[in-house]
Design a protein around this ligand. Sequence first.
Ligand SMILES: *[C@@H]1O[C@H](CO)[C@@H](O)[C@H](O)[C@H]1NC(C)=O
Length: 288
Amino acid sequence: MEALVSSCVVLPCSFKYPAHQQPSSRIKAMWHMKDKWEDYIYHNDLTKVLENFKSRTKLIGSLGALNCSLEIDEVKNHDNGPYCFRVELETPGKDKYTYKDNCVTINMIEQASKPVLQSEAFVQEGQSAVFRCSVRHTCLSHQPTLSWSHSGKTIMSYKDIGHGKWEAESLLTFTPTKEDNLNSITCTVKYHGSVQGEMQATERINVKEQATLNHILIPAISGLGAALFVGLLCVFIVKRYKNRIAELQSRNDNGIWSRLSRMSRRFRSGEGSSGPGGIEQSQPHNRF
Ligand SMILES: *[C@@H]1O[C@H](CO)[C@@H](O)[C@H](O)[C@H]1NC(C)=O
């Protein structure tokens, strides 16, 4: 077993005997040191208990229900054991037994561990999000408390994970707002009796903003704007080139082609001078 110094530890224990099941009052139970059977850390008769264990140990199970689980509180760093359970029945047969092959040694933990904080990498603005904080411990009779730096709905639960180990878990549910983004969230654990007091785990909240009307309108408007700009640019370019083409064409009118065509016109009019109206036509040409 592991135990956190200054906290408590519960040694899980159950037993059986061949006689008919007896009520708790007919069962004498004791826990003692493995190497010194007279050194009791727990005994029905308190006067027989070692001085430094008096008032620190108690049976938390019901003997009548065959449960001999022992709580040691205010764990000291030299409480290692090993400890053994012994039972004596006040029946005519006076059955008694020491479970010397099932004694318990305790490993001391001086430094309380930090809680484990789990959250989604991103939470959605406006949608409820769950944050999980948990710790493992062996102090069943005084569960640690878990608290949050952020308000919300919390659900506490305790789970037996075997071999005297327990997991305390707190689930925090709240609806993140834009203001929560990049803020930190802290889970604080307070172990029973721990002199170190509190341990913390912190995470950053990453809030994905909700798509509002603005988030739809702004990209739409800027998209339309860009399309309009490109369209206008095309119209402008086409116009400019049209002008350019027209300019080239008009330049051609004074160029070689137009001169040639004028010459051909003159030639044709010279030929037809004998015809009616030919004189009138040729007159202007004679001036040159
Ligand atoms: C013995 O009692 C403890 C404390 O009430 C309890 O947690 C545990 O489950 C019991 N053990 C058994 C085997 O019933």
